[in-house]
Design a protein around this ligand. Structure first.
Ligand code: SAH
Ligand code: SF4
Ligand code: F3S
Length: 481
């Protein structure tokens, strides 16, 4: 085919090394987009639909950065010229939601046949899902996975140029590509990847299969990115990884997560540092000490417990017991008294008994979580837990789930009264959704606060008297106002 021959010539001229190769394709895309813009007399638009965790949202910022670089303009609906779905597959209902929405795109494409539809993210690392998209959702033009998002410009150019469907999914990741564009939604807050993938293989979890082996970014690259963000006015950063506590362990000269935090903390302009997620088995005394000493690390730790039963924890392959977890919590509370602790809990793991659930409820009471995400176990094919025997009817699981949730809410409501009457520092994020004479922001411990204020406060960290605890948030008053 003519297009294919032309495409091969283009490939011949493309540099082999990254990120130069992608820079080359960004220029190529830009030429096509510019030409198309002139033809139709308007901007070309893009829209993303992102599901799942912070990792996926961060990936979407990178994808959007590339799209803006090549001349697309962000649209405010899916009726756009380029739409991509960045998918999650951690639980079954994540998949159902994606396919549910995908149908609406087909009608938009009928109206605008030049529209390009892409799918990427964790679901696309599963061969059976890719086959489903290939055969059932034939209006999807571009499919890629979690390991090659940096190649968007190349894949998109190929789709635009050849008008063929492009599928490119890698089983595993290669090197980490630095220095590509990224677009941030909020000017004063940013996520920073410090590592990719996961090696823990918790028996219920699909993430290690779809995100690949654990790889840490070099500390100097991380610090350079944080410095750049600070120069752009970012005040709060969130260091991202599936298990940040094992950061840097695989380097030839290993460095610990605590050491990385000390380096990041030195960057002027950054006032708050958060991180996600911590695995209890790797949380070191050194980290607790750095948190206790730091003026920048936020007073919040997300420490997923998953279950309170030693028997279930073992079957989950979590490598800690209930006692070890609670001892860790005690140490943390002693070293960082104003710490807010949050967690993830799974209810309905195969073979779970009433006794096991009692243990989980007991952990909720003893750890005194400020909030918790509670999930019903979802069987993910290919994981070890999928082969374990289930024995509980859905009604039993739902009834247990409700009981755990009730306890979580009861404890959280109590915890969220703690600071009533005190003054806290709030990073103001936006105008209040319900009352435009008020603003909304977060305390260092991640609690939400609403108080009287205007847009001039957005992006600032200000002292607020926390006058009234309202269950899961505070109503406050700007100090000295
Ligand atoms: N790396 C993070 C969590 C990533 S997934 C960690 O280890 O903490 C986020 C949460 O989804 C997990 O903490 C777990 O509670 C939940 N989860 C993962 N797989 C699940 C499954 N198969 N069914 C239900 N919940 C699951
Ligand atoms: Fe999944 Fe466990 Fe890895 Fe978290 S640590 S991503 S739960 S395998
Ligand atoms: Fe989902 Fe992938 Fe995150 S499966 S939870 S988007 S790593």
């Amino acid at each position: 085919m003519e297009e294919q021959r032309g495409w091969n010539d283009i490939l011949k001229n493309a540099p082999d090394n990254e990120p130069d190769r992608q820079r080359y394709f960004m220029i190529k895309c830009r030429e096509l987009i510019e030409r198309r813009k002139r033809e139709i007399g308007r901007d070309l638009t893009f829209y993303d639909q992102t599901f799942g965790c912070q990792m996926n949202f961060k990936d979407s910022e990178k994808l959007n950065g590339i799209l803006e670089e090549i001349g697309y303009v962000k649209a405010d609906s899916e009726e756009a010229d380029f739409v991509y779905y960045n998918t999650c597959t951690v639980r079954e209902n994540a998949n159902i939601r994606v396919y549910g929405r995908l149908g609406t795109l087909k009608t938009f494409k009928k109206k605008n046949p030049e529209m390009i539809i892409a799918m990427c993210g964790c679901m696309m690392q599963e061969p059976e899902e890719v086959e489903k998209v290939r055969n059932t959702f034939r209006f999807v033009d571009v499919v890629f996975g979690t390991h090659n998002i940096y190649k968007l410009a190349e894949l998109l150019y190929r789709a635009l140029y050849t008008r063929e469907r492009v599928f490119d999914i890698w089983e595993k990741a290669e090197e980490i590509i630095e220095d590509l564009p990224s677009d941030r939604k909020i000017s004063f807050k940013a996520g920073v990847n410090i590592m990719f993938g996961c090696d823990n293989f918790c028996s219920y979890c699909i993430v290690p299969y779809v995100r690949g082996r654990e790889r840490s970014r070099r500390p100097e690259d991380i610090v350079a990115e944080v410095k750049k963000l600070a120069a752009e006015g970012v005040k709060e950063i969130m260091l991202l990884g599936q298990n940040v506590n094992s950061y840097g362990k695989k380097f030839q000269e290993p460095i610990s997560f605590a050491q990385l935090l000390r380096m990041v903390e030195k960057v002027d302009g950054i006032e708050r540092i958060r991180f996600m997620t911590s695995h209890p088995k790797d949380l070191s005394d050194e980290l607790i000490q750095v948190m206790a000493e730091s003026g920048k690390i936020c007073r919040h730790l997300h420490l997923p417990v998953q279950s309170g039963s030693d028997r279930i924890l073992k079957k989950m392959n979590r490598h800690y017991t209930k006692d070890q977890y609670l001892t860790l919590v005690e140490k943390l509370r002693k070293a960082v008294p104003d710490l807010s602790l949050t967690t993830d809990i799974i209810v309905g793991f195969p073979g779970e008994t009433e006794e096991d659930i009692q243990e989980t409820i007991d952990v909720v009471r003893k750890a005194r979580y400020d909030s918790a995400f509670t999930f019903i176990y979802s069987k993910r094919s290919g994981t070890p837990a999928a082969r374990m025997e289930e024995n509980n009817p859905d009604e039993v699981i739902h009834e247990r789930f409700d009981r755990v949730l009730q306890e979580v809410n009861r404890v959280a409501r109590e915890q969220n009264q703690k600071m009533q009457g005190e003054t806290g520092y709030v990073l103001v994020e936006s105008i209040d959704e319900k009352d435009e004479t008020m603003v909304t922001g977060r305390l260092s411990n991640n609690n939400v606060v609403h108080f009287k204020g205007d847009t001039s406060l957005i992006g600032q960290i200000v002292p607020v008297v926390l006058e009234e605890a309202k269950g899961f948030y505070y109503i406050g008053r700007l100090k000295d106002a």
